[in-house]
Design a protein around this ligand. Structure first.
Ligand SMILES: [Zn+2]
Length: 221
């Protein structure tokens, strides 16, 4: 999954508004950020196999340290503690929200991936929605759309940028997803990791900038 991962970040911002939306957006992709770094470092491995699924060419045959169930739990605990410490140990809710953000990644990946997510021993799981191009795109956009709607209805615009922000984000991220889906830009494992890392940093920065142009609704805040 790609842009659909941001749905839970926006949803969590509604329910735990004291959380940083930037931190939540980093959190939902923390596992893939680690994956990009580990691929570049030669710790995890991916093969580029054109047509491997209908959505991408990624044969993710060795991803135990980022995408196993145990790893997902460990990354979630690390993310939760880091967010709690960074927020000055004020609010355990911030830590819980961050941990849930990180954990949401594995659950959504479980829906999309072929059986390449390590469970225990040699067993791997994945429901394989990536084998169905348009249902997979639908799942991405539904997750993103629900999250953005929850966020947009619990905040209000400060200015014109804030007013346009949620819709512009939805259109821009849909565009990014379509480029990913239709052009399948993966050429080498390293290029895939680098382009992933660039988007996992630039998207949260753009979201945080737009979030500055919105404020919490009084009724919900
Ligand atoms: Zn992932």
């Amino acid at each position: 999954m790609f842009v659909g991962h941001y749905g839970p970040a926006f949803a969590l911002k509604r329910f735990v508004p004291e959380s940083s939306l930037f931190a939540l957006c980093i959190g939902v992709q923390l596992v893939d950020i680690a994956w990009g770094v580990f691929v570049l470092a030669g710790i995890e491995h991916v093969r580029i196999v054109p047509g491997f699924t209908e959505c991408n060419s990624l044969d993710l045959h060795h991803i135990p340290y980022t995408h196993s169930l145990i790893a997902a739990v460990v990354w979630s605990v690390i993310g939760g503690i880091a967010a709690w410490l960074y927020a000055g140990r004020k609010s355990p809710r911030i830590g819980v929200a961050a941990a849930l953000a990180v954990a949401s990644h594995w659950i959504l990946d479980l829906l999309m991936h072929r059986p390449d997510l390590p469970l225990y021993g040699d067993s791997k799981v994945g429901l394989g929605l990536w084998n169905y191009r348009w249902p997979a795109l639908f799942a991405e956009l539904i997750s993103l759309g629900i999250g953005l709607a929850l966020y947009a209805t619990s905040t209000r615009p400060r200015d014109a940028i804030g007013r346009a922000g949620p819709l512009v984000l939805f259109v821009a991220l849909t565009g990014a997803q379509l480029v990913n889906l239709l052009l399948d830009p993966a050429t080498t494992p390293q290029a895939t990791a680098i382009s992933g890392l660039l988007s996992f940093v630039s998207i949260p920065l753009a979201v945080a900038w737009l979030d500055k142009h919105r404020s919490l609704s009084k009724s919900l805040g």
